[in-house]
Design a protein around this ligand. Structure first.
Ligand SMILES: [Zn+2]
Length: 78
């Protein structure tokens, strides 16, 4: 069992596209694992894909969505 008692650290990233600063909160121990070379998805399983991307490249979700081609809206009604 892992100790519940952990420290959260705030990683500040800056988006290279829009220059906006973003903060991602992670467990400090996980941060050091990541720093050691652990894959970001393994080190921070609780982060969303957007948050992981901000840690890797700094690119914020807004810029990501502006870079990606717009997805055709396929809303299925059940
Ligand atoms: Zn941005």
């Amino acid at each position: 069992m892992k100790k519940i008692n952990y420290k959260e650290v705030c990683i500040v990233t800056r988006c290279p596209m829009c220059g906006r600063g973003n903060e991602v909160e992670v467990n400090e121990e996980d941060y050091w694992d990541w720093d050691d070379g652990v894959n970001v998805a393994v080190a921070f399983p609780y982060l969303s894909a957007n948050e992981r991307e901000m840690l890797i490249s700094g690119i914020c979700p807004k810029c990501w969505s502006s870079m990606l081609p717009p997805e055709p809206e396929e809303e299925e009604d059940f």
